[in-house]
Design a protein around this ligand. Structure first.
Ligand code: C5P
Length: 304
């Protein structure tokens, strides 16, 4: 009898700080970042099959037309990588149900890759050690190891070396999605153009780590940073209004998420987040939601 399908859920990430250093020999930029997983999710269901296949469905607010359905899709790449890592000639049918916007700066593709690694590990009963799964994840993309880990963690290297950090908070975010996605390589290239050659090594600020450890939302608001924000705002100047409107409505601070265009607004509590959401919605931003963080990394939700 074939194994029952396995569904794994993986969360969106935001970067509480994103320090981008010099370009490395491998073409990536050195990063010093702190990730937080927030409560927006993609589900991946893996079913035994003779050949690889991929289906993508989504919540009605999400446009999936830009998701590649061929072998370049990161979930299919994850599946093939896990099979070849174990020397297996096996395949699976993957169904992705997206709740994370595409090309939004929330690492939705990375969530799919992480969910696929875990779903296939369980479906095929491989018991891959965590360190090996994290290493494979790092081969797939900079944000994929964090999507496995979840919670709040710093990311070094090009983002793939993840270490948990102390986080005493339960943070309230208003997440403002955009109609059109932004290409991550384009925003990195924009940053390279905006600054000179002498780029210092990036660092995570002590103030940010202290704010997290203390659960102090005012201090965290003062410590949020993102080196990709200026290049993202250069390409999408309209996002300045989103950030300003959120802060005027009562948010403690606003930030472009990763390479954008999603904007996140840190709020003091649930009530404040609801009222900031309502103001943005009334101003014509249809896709605005409240999300909390930190939440768990990729985890099994059903063995159907
Ligand atoms: O690792 P990932 O595939 O998600 O990265 C997507 C693109 O973002 C890379 O191809 C690169 O252009 C850019 N990037 C970078 N430095 C990083 C992470 C990503 O230049 N640390």
């Amino acid at each position: 009898m074939s194994a029952a399908p396995v569904t794994v859920r993986a969360a969106a990430k935001i970067n509480l700080c994103l320090g981008v250093g010099p370009v490395r020999d491998d073409g990536y930029h050195a990063l010093a970042t702190v990730y937080q997983a927030i409560g927006m999710y993609d589900d991946v269901t893996a079913t035994e099959a003779d050949g690889w296949s991929l289906r993508v469905s989504a919540h009605e607010r999400i446009d999936v037309t830009e998701v590649p359905l061929d072998d370049s899709n990161i979930a299919l790449r994850a599946g093939r990588l896990l099979a070849s890592h174990h020397g297996l000639d096996r395949a699976a049918a993957l169904d992705i149900d997206k709740g994370i916007p595409v090309a939004g700066g929330l690492a939705g593709g990375s969530a799919d890759a992480a969910a696929t690694l875990l779903a296939l590990d369980r479906l095929w009963r491989l018991d891959t050690p965590d360190e090996e799964l994290l290493r494979l994840a790092g081969e797939l993309g900079s944000d994929v190891p964090f999507a496995l880990l979840g919670g709040t963690a710093r990311g070094d290297g090009h983002g793939e070396q993840v270490t948990r950090v102390a986080d005493a908070g339960s943070w309230w975010w208003v997440v403002v999605e955009s109609d059109i996605g932004l290409s991550t390589p384009r925003i990195y290239a924009e940053l390279d153009q905006m600054r000179g050659d002498a780029v210092p090594d990036p660092e995570v600020s002590v103030a940010l780590l202290d704010a997290l450890a203390a659960g102090d939302s005012t201090a965290l608001a003062g410590a949020l940073t993102n080196d990709l924000q200026e290049p993202a705002l250069h390409v999408r100047p309209d996002l300045r209004d989103v950030l300003a409107l959120g802060v005027a409505a009562g948010a403690l601070q606003g930030l472009v998420s990763g390479s954008g265009p999603t904007c996140v607004l840190l709020c003091a509590d649930h009530e404040s987040a609801q009222s900031v959401r309502a103001v943005l919605h009334a101003a014509g931003h249809e896709r605005v939601q409240v999300a909390t963080g930190p939440v768990a990394g990729a985890h099994v939700v059903t063995y159907a």
